[in-house]
Design a protein around this ligand. Sequence first.
Ligand code: CS2
Length: 496
Amino acid sequence: MSRSIPLTQQNLARLPDEIARPEYDRSRLQAGIVHIGVGGFFRSHEACYTDGLLQGENAYEWGICGVGLREADRKMAAVLEKQDYLYTLIVKRPDGGIENRVIGSVMDFLLGCDDPQAAVDRMAGPATRIVSMTITEGGYNVDPDTGEFDFSNPDAMHDVDHPVQPRTVFGYLTAALRKRRDAGLPAFTVQSCDNIQHNGDLTRKMVLGFARRQDPELATWIESEVCFPNAMVDRITPVTTDADIQYLNEEFGLQDEWPVTCEPFCQWVVEDRFSNGRPRWETVGAQFVPDVTPYETMKLRLLNAGHSVLGLLGSIYGHATIAECVSDSLFATYLRQFMDVEATPTLEAVEGIDLNTYKDGLIERFGNPNIQDDLSRICLESSSKLPVFLIPTVEANLRSGGSVRYAALVIATWCLYSDKHADRYGRPLVVVDGMKDALHAAAAGTRHDKLSFLKLKSVFRDLAENERFVDEYVPMIDQIYANPDVSIPMRRITAT
Ligand code: CS2
């Protein structure tokens, strides 16, 4: 029989001293924040900042109510409810040290797919002042050809016609904002915490695009009343594994069914524009700035693009994790040269940040041997990631005459990956991507037309028409289709 202690509010006092826990009175919390999309990243980032704030000051009005809109959120709902919405954050340092901390800022969870009305009512309630979200890069429903709201999505069309029975995040936000307007309540802030350039501006554009179609008058109200601050968010958060659950059990006798593992580094740079007040997150390390653009560009083009470079090349080569890639000197060199030669020249200066120190820090973070960040996580949804992380760097270098070969090999490798779904030894690679079929079909066309993959305009825009890019790309396709050992072109590129 297991002697382990299930994680609940009542059992907090029984936990070993090494595990930090909420010292504040959780029964006094009110949900000033409703968060849509409770996954690992939200739990290691916004919820962690908010927990830190609640530990430090009487900010009881800033508890968080989680909301899941999809069937896939059912497990999170069940686990959190069973654990009184508590979970453990396992912070793993590069030197092997681990700090464990039970996070208490989440105080409730609603499953929209079971009861949409309850979720709308919670957002529309007077206590709610911010609705934040992490719905992934692909969740914004952008038509890749026009950049506008994509009404070909059947759920979005359903929401246009059923304003009180929403399915999408856009349907929920407009339903709740309508209720607030009708009740004479101030609007809440809509705060995106997704890793997207100008995440607030994009959210605004999509919410307004949707609302104009559904209810133009409401759209005008939203336009003038709702703030959508942009933010740069950062904390590497691998997918939780059974080993994380076992670790808590074996080391501390703590039974947490869904802890979160992350690195110690954490960053949140936010534009200070809120419709109805905000928590004093600056007291726990968040930075409020007038314009996040330089911070987000730096992060997307160095950290995220760096991840994609390692993720795609490493997967085909046969590496399993980011740390394993960085411990391979060829991959470490390739990454550093990509950052120095191709990414950095496209960046503007960032106040208070020395880019060399930032890059050294990234290599150290990526190399954290305790963070098992699988390349499968990095490569999922690449079709939403690369247009933001990598293609703008290529385009900027094509304009300025800068190098594009490091990126060209990564894109050629992604073609091979999408075509074969296997590494260089023929071992299967799982592909999770909203565009999986389109990517596969385009990549498979390479045998007849070497530019077939590159002609996917929604991902690569006009790269297939750029002679200089094509001149770099085609020989790389030839080379890796002849021999999928990507280390050969990597060695050649890094040596020149
Ligand atoms: C990763 C990010 O998804 C990815 O490809 O680069 O999830 C990355 O780990 C985070 O943005 C770190 O803040």
